[in-house]
Write a protein that binds this ligand. Sequence first.
Ligand code: NAD
Length: 493
Amino acid sequence: MTNVEDIGVLPGEPRMLIDGELQLTDSGASFDVEHPATAEVVGQATDATVADMERAVGAATRAFGHTEWSRDVEFRHHCLMQLHQALDRNKERLRRVLITEVGCPITVTASQIEDPIAEVKHWADYGRSFDYQVDTGMHETALGPARRRLHYEPMGVVGAITPWNVPFYLNVAETIPALMAGNTVVLKPAQLTPWSGSELGRIVAEETDIPAGVFNVVTSNSNEVGAALSADPRVDMITFTGSTATGRAILAAGAPTVKKTLLELGGKSAHIVLDDADFNSALPLAAMMACVMSGQSCILPSRILLPRSRYEEGLALLKASMENFPVGDPWTPGVMQGPQISAAQRQKVLGLIESGIASGARLITGGGVPENLPRGYYTQPTLLADVDPDSQIAQEEIFGPVLTVTPYDGDDDAIAIANNSIYGLSGEVSSGDVDRALAVATRMRTGNVTINGKSHFGITSPFGGTKQSGLGYRNGSHGYLEYLAIKTIGLPG
Ligand code: NAD
């Protein structure tokens, strides 16, 4: 439970972590961090250089080769349980830092604070009980019978690059399974949210026995520093969450050294509302999903497909829900939608709304800045109807509190519109008949589907995108295996 006196803007740790030392860059250079609810600069983070990144990769390389980290699973479990407990002690500080740099409403922070802290324990326990050496028995071969063993070994140095929308959660999701699997890590947080990374670095340095160099955090205002990490030949694997455009650049940067690359990228998910769906439960929930986190969610089903026979009924329900959505100061309990993260991000959202209207979409509600919230980067919950499935607003990720609605005629038409996207991250089907919904979900070309509001997302289930939404998986046993190489050994029986 959060006490009222425990809330309010809190600047985070300004130093990065390299080779066990919290430090500034040599020149002392830093960059500003804004609170998106007020547009005020509230502190600074270290603006690291490419040379700092090279030092961090050097530290991670040494720690992989010269500490027991990669070989001692009990020690890793001990350290990550220490980290879990330390994060829990720092929970309210982490929450305030998160709200300060993202503007995420305090009411909806549990999934971004409590859940990732619990996930540290999950991975520590999962990794401790994982069978790293498996005897697969005798195999017939051309050279006679041979016994075979599989050894699951860490990849080596893992570079983790994270986005700003759910920064603390993703910093944990990308680095903790990698660490538990025996890798050493260099984390490069997003420019807009350096503190959710540097706070993690501070806690590792001050409150755990994790050896120097095993975990490094390099904050920078320059994309070149992330690019240097993704191209460094000493880095064995990149784990990345962010836009598809950056994912392509990272894949290309790693190609010369054939780097293993795990990519969780953008999405433009469709919600197919079938004609037998319970509109009164499906559509208010759809509106909530669009507005909570200010629409800054990769898995948001932002393209609503309504059957033509119930089109105006669906629009009326969505309009009422969006107009009554609690938008405001993220520190106020009960507020569910805060600001966009930055001026540029809001400008992008407003520009896409304009392009939608220019391409023939009908503005049903919203479309601008709330009059009662002139300060900060707020956007009105926005509903656009009659959206052409080929138009820019139907094809590009908006990352704002915006739903586009397109009518369809029959299930085949709905599925074709849903699949008309370069992305394949997520999707949703609402129907009164679960078998019918499942049949539709099966035909959606996407990595994850929600049926009647039931979430697909959780630490024990694999999560990944198809098409240009990603490569590989987080979570579940698949998510742990991503951070391990398999050595197959043939030996005499
Ligand atoms: P982004 O791609 O702009 O930046 C992500 C990170 O990449 C940042 O740390 C940035 O500094 C770094 N970066 C930028 N250029 C780079 C380069 N050339 N080489 C290496 N690193 C570089 O993304 P964003 O705007 O921070 O985040 C929003 C995006 O993230 C959206 O597209 C969203 O869908 C996606 N996202 C996906 C998931 C998922 O699980 N699939 C989850 C959250 C967010």
